[in-house]
Design a protein around this ligand. Structure first.
Ligand SMILES: Nc1ncnc2c1ncn2[C@@H]1O[C@H](COP(=O)(O)OP(=O)(O)OP(=O)(O)O)[C@@H](O)[C@H]1O
Ligand SMILES: [Mg+2]
Length: 324
């Protein structure tokens, strides 16, 4: 699973590149003739390894990203040999659609993709501008175009991430300004695709409906990636990863308590995968702090200050009989 996809048996290891290659990648990659040369200069594999390591589960998503990266590396090598690219434009279409329920990692993965695109020289800066309908669409006539263009200006050189993109289209309202934003987006997605990648995100069923009514948008999206819900065991691993990142850990029995918490919480409405895990841990840390705060004369050890106890979790509303 974690074996690098690009290790070619017998191939010499690429020389380590000292400086973060990101800034120079665009130009340095231009002379490359082997996959390893592109990888060594761009250091793109480091980002993919990080993605593998830092993100729990998501196996199909990780695989798709490796496939896209492979496509881009080969595209670079083809361009370096002067081979014509498909179609009239010089850049491959990289616009994407991420579908999945809340908290399944879409924003997190978008940030990594932006980094990969940047290292391979497909975008100049590699930043992500995350927006929703309200950032693009105005309330009054004449307000939408400047709003959308301002956002596009900020996103140029990176990734424009449009969360719940389907809200741009409101068929029930004949004069909806969302249509204006969509038209501007379509133009820029076509004309500036060498320097801007658009990622549309949201629930799968709503996105499908949106694409059916907006075939122009659908035809410009090259990659559709579906983010599955996490299994209980994955959520538990995510929780441990998040805690470790904040210098906390589960004390005796707390892991089991959290597993029980998850089992209940997953059955409740508005469960949002890893986001719910993060929120639950925030509340557990709050309770842990109150617990320690109550005993004012006690010398607090490092263990005291870093341990989540079962009580910090079991006090959640989720464990009350009438919990809703
Ligand atoms: N596979 C994972 N491993 C570890 N942490 C994860 C994973 N997926 C998500 N997270 C964490 O969970 C939180 C929510 O993830 P993220 O914001 O990427 O999800 P999202 O799909 O964009 O959600 P939303 O729809 O709510 O915006 C973040 O703090 C992120 O770091
Ligand atoms: Mg998000």
């Amino acid at each position: 699973m974690t074996t690098p996809l690009y290790s070619i048996p017998g191939a010499p290891q690429p020389a380590a590149v000292a400086a973060p290659a990101a800034a120079a990648a665009g130009t340095a990659v231009d002379g490359a003739r082997t996959v390893n040369e592109v990888l060594a200069v761009s250091q793109v594999e480091a980002v993919m390894d990080e993605l593998d390591r830092d993100l729990i589960g998501l196996a199909p998503v990780k695989q798709r990203i490796r496939d896209i990266a492979a496509l881009l590396v080969i595209d670079k090598l083809r361009a370096n040999l002067g081979l014509a690219r498909e179609g009239r434009s010089s850049a491959p279409s990289l616009h994407m659609c991420f579908t999945g329920n809340p908290g399944t990692g879409k924003t997190t993965v978008a940030l990594r993709i932006a980094e990969i695109l940047h290292r391979l020289g497909y975008v100049r800066k590699g930043h992500v501008v995350s927006v929703t309908r309200d950032d693009l669409v105005g309330q009054y006539i004449g307000h939408t175009a400047p709003k959308t263009k301002e956002v596009l200006k900020r996103a140029m050189g990176g990734v424009l991430f449009i969360d719940e993109a389907y809200y741009l289209y409101r068929p029930e309202n004949e004069r909806d300004y969302g249509q204006e934003a969509i038209e501007i987006l379509l133009q820029v997605m076509e004309n500036n695709r060498d320097d801007l990648v658009v990622i549309l995100a949201g629930y799968k069923d709503r996105m499908d409906t949106f694409f059916r009514s907006n075939p122009g948008m659908s035809s410009r999206i090259a990659h559709h990636i579906d983010f599955p819900d996490y299994a209980g065991a994955e959520l538990l691993q995510i929780a441990e990863r998040m805690l470790a990142g904040q210098h906390y850990r589960f004390g005796d029995g707390a892991r089991e308590a959290f597993a029980e918490y998850l089992e209940r919480r997953m059955r409740q409405p508005h469960f949002a995968n890893a986001r719910s895990v993060r929120n639950a841990l925030d509340r557990a840390r709050l309770r842990a702090a109150s617990r320690l705060f109550a005993d004012r004369d006690r010398v607090l050890t490092e263990a005291d200050l870093t341990t989540i106890m079962p009580a910090d979790i079991l006090a959640s509303r989720v464990f009350q009989a009438s919990a809703s």
